[in-house]
Design a protein around this ligand. Sequence first.
Ligand SMILES: [Fe+2]
Ligand SMILES: [Fe+2]
Length: 95
Amino acid sequence: MKNGKANDVLESTLSALASYTRHHFAYEEDLLKKAAFPEYEAHCLEHRILLEEVQKIQNRFKKGESVVSTDLFNFLKKWLVDHIKGTDMKYSSHI
Ligand SMILES: [Fe+2]
Ligand SMILES: [Fe+2]
């Protein structure tokens, strides 16, 4: 992104990211359900919002719209920083 080469690698990166995101969230939701985590629904809602966001970025890229790499960067920040360090940490003691 910093070198202006984002578009060269964006297709495979977005595809891998969307696939990994779905896989990771499904695994985590299964874990939370089995552990009867009380905030299960709210947690899944956050996952759905994040999934919709990555799918929107991917669809825009597929339609040939220029995907601003900062959108992707913001998504990653929301997931990797806000969600994992915030929301995910709430279940660690429960499970
Ligand atoms: Fe997670
Ligand atoms: Fe999560």
